[in-house]
Design a protein around this ligand. Structure first.
Ligand code: DGJ
Length: 722
């Protein structure tokens, strides 16, 4: 519910449990008043006095001390020394902007953001949007700050639209959200960092004076940093305390962070990375930023995650597969790499079918000249040596086993050794006069160009039409370098990386709508493009190329800070593990993968009878429990980054079933025992565990007794509410 109190000049944005409030100063400046637990009473006019006092600083620039006020929006040029929400270079050489309040509108529902992925409202949802119009009189430019309030999901989304009624100018910074916290010296920032095969590790640090920033500038959201930050009280834990989360629905360059100024005002921010961005905004044209999701929870970091999960799973992801339980699949990559043919794939599929797996996914190597990593990308036609009967022949044989057939593509890339590159050498991202770097022997296709996007839609589309392909793994294996486009004039070269994203989203939108029955899974050297932008089109992402169970405990734990388990592709692979050579028990590998979108990444023909029995049981358990992992409420009870194990608790939507996954990943003290306190149960209810009855209050205040008596002995406990 959104309200504007005309007397006190306060906008309040209420969800079921939270309030976000914006104040309007008499001079037309918007200030951030409040974000936290829901306020039952209106904020009275007194708020202005505090803010006026605060603005009496020795650094009194312009009409307001914009350097000390908690601003809701800050345009460069008025004296604010922090990272601005907006900056531009105007045609007269000036960089100074001055935006003041012009009006507002409250509409029901949520307008689409043109060309960009975003959350959406469905019929019957209690969603409203506040559109605040700011105006720079001198430059004749309107800015619209859009706030959509998902009342029942306790989330707010923000984005910014700029409409240029004046002369053409260059946009430099347009962040999707800046939120200033008043007088905060004791807060932490949390972000998810990593690299290939160790994506989304949790980093938590005290916010000190200055700017703590994470970013991407390599054209993809990347495995180095995820487009997410949380700021929280220093005492906030997984299940208590204030937590504020910011997530950008975007797959390209981003910046995010927290800047604490000398006066104790903290600016949290997220948006397109201004360092790698420049956009010529012609007279009469508009520009819209990606969407930022803002979440507040008083129930700690797990509380914040639960809100993200529900919103991302139900109102960002879309399409037929959004709510459906998906397959247990087998993928041949780690089983064969490039050494396969039709018969070998069918043999792998047959064995998998015996243990209940229902989808066979053929990975890299089925097309063009693709005998290995260095060749063939771009030529999406079957290789007769490997598939003498084409994709149709193989898909038909897999279907005859009673299984679905899935296929790997890497449509955004091209190898120099390919027909596509030989025909269109200028279709790659490159800068004239500079040698384009090869990464994994490949170049990035220039999706800022319409003809390239069209090629991809047609190439992928015609493959999907020629055989019964029900699943697509959409891979992307390099970052951008020497960025430039042969399709744009020199003054627009700063737009290439954002235009690439717009092109990619158009391609994904077209293909996913044209093939609504196909389940699309994203991948980028594992999880290097795991973000809300991608999840809008493809509801799951291959979380990491690291399939080692110990590493996966950490990766999946970090990923769950923002993204639901329903979005995490997680497979059981062979040991010693191909990435780090570690050997872990087969059961552990199954129990770690089962919480995600479960599957196998090995040749089951090579497994022992005992392993096959474990695998079969895992597939059965996955069918029985998958919905609880994917749609239930997650409470993280132990962090694998801080303790010897991860403990994740999932409560089913109907609250009747509780799963407690205990994942010891190391053992510094043999036989270490402890009680693990559960969370989120009903105090007065009883729960049955292994034939014994425990009170909800006992389980939450005392806990479940656990002995870490054997390295890597994982458990999944099932509790039933009596
Ligand atoms: C990188 C992916 O992450 C792997 O799963 C696999 O599909 C390879 N690419 C294939 O080249």
């Amino acid at each position: 519910m959104i309200k504007f109190d005309k007397n006190n000049k306060v906008f309040t944005l209420d969800t079921v449990k939270t309030t976000y409030a914006i104040g309007l100063m008499d001079e037309g400046v918007l200030v951030h008043l409040y974000w936290g637990k829901k306020l039952k009473n209106p904020i009275n006019a007194e708020w202005k006095k505090d803010f006026i006092w605060r603005s009496h600083s020795p650094f009194d620039y312009g009409d307001y001390s914009t350097n000390v006020l908690p601003l809701e929006f800050s345009a460069y040029g008025g004296g604010d020394s922090r990272l601005p929400s907006f900056s531009a270079l105007y045609d007269d050489g000036s960089r100074v902007s001055k935006y003041r309040f012009k009006g507002y509108e409250i509409v029901n529902g949520k307008p689409e953001i043109s060309g960009l992925p975003s959350t959406y409202a469905e019929k019957g949802d209690r969603v409203q949007t506040l559109i605040i119009n700011l105006f720079d009189e001198l430059k004749n430019v309107d800015i619209y700050l859009n706030y959509s309030v998902f009342e029942d999901l306790d989330a707010i989304t923000r984005n910014v639209k700029i409409v240029n009624g004046g002369n053409t100018f260059k946009l430099h910074t347009v962040l999707s959200a800046t939120t200033d916290f008043f007088g905060t010296d004791d807060m932490d920032i949390i972000h998810l960092d990593g690299a290939w095969a160790r994506e989304r590790y949790v980093t938590r640090q005290r916010i000190v004076k200055g700017n703590q920033n994470i970013k991407s500038q390599i054209g993809v959201s990347s495995s180095y940093h995820n487009p997410f930050i949380a700021v929280c009280d220093k005492n906030t834990t997984e299940n208590s305390g204030d937590a504020y989360g910011f997530n950008l629905v975007y797959s390209g360059n981003f910046t995010a962070g927290a800047e604490l100024n000398p006066y104790g005002t903290l600016r949290a921010y997220i948006g397109i990375n201004p360092n790698e961005f420049e956009w010529v905004l012609e007279s009469g044209k508009s520009f819209e930023t990606p969407e930022a999701i803002l979440v507040y929870s008083p129930e700690g970091l797990s509380g914040m995650s639960r809100i993200f999960h529900r919103l991302i799973r139900t109102r960002l992801a879309r399409g037929k597969w959004r709510d459906k339980e998906r397959y247990a699949l087998i993928n041949n990559w780690e089983a064969t790499y490039f050494d396969f043919n039709e018969d070998k794939i069918v043999e792998i599929a047959k064995k998998a079918k015996e243990i209940g797996v229902d989808t066979m996914v053929l990975d890299d190597g089925w097309f063009g000249r693709r005998t290995g990593e260095t060749r063939g990308l771009g030529d999406w036609v079957e290789m007769p040596e490997r598939l003498p009967n084409g994709l149709k022949g193989l898909a038909d044989r897999v279907n005859a086993l009673g299984m679905r057939f899935g296929l790997w593509f890497e449509p955004e890339m091209v190898n120099p050794d390919s027909e596509l590159f030989e025909t269109h050498p200028d279709w790659i991202i490159h800068t004239k006069g500079r040698t384009p770097s090869k990464i994994r022997d490949q170049y990035t296709l220039d999706l800022s160009r319409d003809e390239v996007c069209e090629y991809i839609v047609n190439a992928v589309g015609s493959v999907l039409e020629k055989a019964n392909i029900e699943y697509v793994k959409w891979d992307m294996n390099r970052q951008m370098s020497e960025v430039g486009s042969a399709g744009l004039p020199s003054e627009n070269q700063g737009e290439v990386m954002h235009r690439y994203m717009l092109g990619l989203y158009r391609v994904l939108d077209t293909l996913t709508k044209k093939f609504p029955n196909v389940l699309f899974e994203a991948c980028a050297s594992g999880g290097a493009r795991y973000d809300g932008g991608i999840l809008h089109y493809m509801p799951q992402v291959w979380a990491s190329d690291d399939t080692d169970a110990v590493e996966r405990i950490l990766i999946q734990y970090g990923t769950s800070f923002v993204y639901p388990y329903s979005s995490m592709g997680a497979h059981v692979s062979a040991c010693p593990n191909h990435q780090n050579k570690r050997t872990t028990p087969f059961e552990m590998r199954c129990q770690v993968a089962i919480a995600g979108q479960f599957g196998f990444e090995l040749d089951l023909n090579k497994c022992s009878g005992e392993e096959l029995e474990i695998a079969k049981k895992a597939v059965e358990d996955y069918r029985r429990l998958g919905e609880i992992f994917h749609k239930g409420d997650l409470y993280r009870l132990r962090s694998p980054f801080e303790t010897q194990m991860a403990v994740n608790e999932f409560i089913s939507e109907d609250k009747k079933k509780v799963l407690v996954c205990i994942y010891p990943h190391s053992m510094t003290t043999a036989g270490h025992d402890e009680y693990i306190k559960l969370a989120g149960l009903e105090e007065n209810a009883n729960y049955e565990l292994n034939g014994k009855i425990y009170g909800g209050d006992y389980l939450m205040n005392k806990g479940i007794y656990f002995i870490n008596d054997s390295l890597y002995k994982t458990r999944i406990l099932e509790l039933n509410k009596c």
